[in-house]
Design a protein around this ligand. Sequence first.
Ligand SMILES: NC(=O)c1ccc[n+]([C@@H]2O[C@H](COP(=O)([O-])OP(=O)(O)OC[C@H]3O[C@@H](n4cnc5c(N)ncnc54)[C@H](O)[C@@H]3O)[C@@H](O)[C@H]2O)c1
Ligand SMILES: O=P(O)(O)OC[C@@H](O)[C@@H](O)[C@H](O)[C@H](O)CO
Length: 542
Amino acid sequence: MLHLSLSGLADESGWQSAGVELPQFDIGQMVRNTEENPQWIHFGLGQIFRAFVANCQQKLLDTGKADTGIVAVVPHDMESIDKIYKPHDQLTLLVQMNANGDFQKKVVASIAEVLGADPQREQDDRRLAEIFEHPGLQMVSFTITEKGYSLTGADGEYLDSVRKDMANGPERPEHLMSKIASLAYRRYLAGAYPLTFVSMDNCSHNGDKLMSSIVTIAKEWAEKGWVEPNFLTYLEDESRVAFPLTMIDKITPRPSEKIKHQLEQLGIAGMDMIGGGGRSFNAPFVNAESSGYLVIEDKFAGGRPPLEEAGVIFTDRDTVIKVETMKVTTCLNPLHTALAVTGCLLGYSLIADEMKDDTLRRLVEKIGYDEGLPVVVDPGILNPRAFLDTVLQERFPNPFIPDTPQRIAADTSQKVGIRFGETIKSYRDRKDLDPAELTGIPLAIAAWCRYLLGVDDEGKPMRISPDPLLEMLQKHLSGTTLGAKTSSVRGILEEERLFGVRLYEVGLGEKIEGLFHEMLEGPGAVRRTLEKYLKKGVNPVQ
Ligand SMILES: NC(=O)c1ccc[n+]([C@@H]2O[C@H](COP(=O)([O-])OP(=O)(O)OC[C@H]3O[C@@H](n4cnc5c(N)ncnc54)[C@H](O)[C@@H]3O)[C@@H](O)[C@H]2O)c1
Ligand SMILES: O=P(O)(O)OC[C@@H](O)[C@@H](O)[C@H](O)[C@H](O)CO
């Protein structure tokens, strides 16, 4: 049997026979170098980080362009440290799946150390402080999901943890953003060394969002006298602390049982995963599509790894904004969200299968080609039409990518504003376009509201993916059942915080309500409504 551990890698010929590429560098030396000279620390040890970001650093290590690894920090779910990362010596087995069925398998060994951001783990806490005080630290990156940056809850008020952190100062903060502000303060006190914070999450203007959360907390602390006023000057001086924008793209589903089984058949032991019912899913392996883009605004204080040598694109701020807007608001993520909520309602568990459903394919073609492309700005480095063609014709239909609508449906409340709201705003602001003419986007929003009932299109109970605003959203629909003629869905649609735009003022509120009520008519009504309006030339009643 093959074991994914430092000692297990000694069986080179065994791994070779299983078709697995091994690291081309001295892992022990890399770990020692990182211990002495940590340069890169990453928060959020999830799928995308292990499948993409860690692999970029691996490419630099393999080619001798870097000699340190990444220190990775787990913000939640500490059990993954003891159950997954430590037993496998921080190694990950990366499986990348081409549409032709070719799987590329490699061991990623660029994570030098794993820490938990939990005050109970005192040793890790001390190490975190030591790393942030180290003059050579260059980069702090994040993949912590959109909600990880949010300081406020459903009611728009600060979360309890944030309120406590603001009152109690930087000593033992709870919320991750306060923790980062506190660690930045340690760095300031140690010598105000330069540093770059890089958000790699799918939120618009992600670097600005990260900066805003950290600065908001720092300002409260400065006002209460917990930190020196000059700490704020340091944070806001981009020659000393930078927050570049990024766009990251690689479909990286949760670990799949099918892939686990295939790895076991190759003789690789111990591939069991943890999670499933809870918030995170982890396994010693990660599975992802082969293609991927990471575009970063080239604004770094105090240097950075030469990641362009690993395929990362560094460019100016305007280009990142355009490329991110293209991917997150028109050409990929809105289509994913539309497939997520409709797929759950219609009983799908694989995105590739949904792409074989003529109605669902037409829904995403409508949203992408007819509604998104007219307002997208060409970023110059990736052609929107070509990108969309690849998404709809190759990436989503790839039957080997084990991606599920249930994964993508998680946290939809955090995403509808960016994924649909931005296009609606563009239609509102353009003289030649009218948001009320949209069809695919209102159908997707109506389907999301219908999804929130937790009843599928056959009328059976359906499990809803986690969402931080679920309770509030479902409260609006508490009296609504399948077959009802009226509902209080308006309460959701009126929430400008969700959509970033007033749906009723742009002529979409009533339209979405109407679609929602059609989808509510009884079993099969979701499909009937989609089919009705996705016929060529049909537009829902205004
Ligand atoms: N998976 C993909 O296909 C993909 C592709 C591009 C971008 N992304 C971005 O990366 C994010 C993470 O995706 P993933 O697949 O790695 O998810 P994941 O569930 O595997 O990992 C998420 C990580 O975020 C942490 N986290 C969750 N909620 C948090 C919170 N409130 N505060 C702090 N940390 C929190 C978890 O502990 C975990 O380490 C996505 O939300 C998206 O913005 C994902
Ligand atoms: O990760 P989220 O929750 O922001 O969105 C779910 C998916 O749409 C997303 O993970 C995509 O797979 C990814 O953005 C592709 O690059």
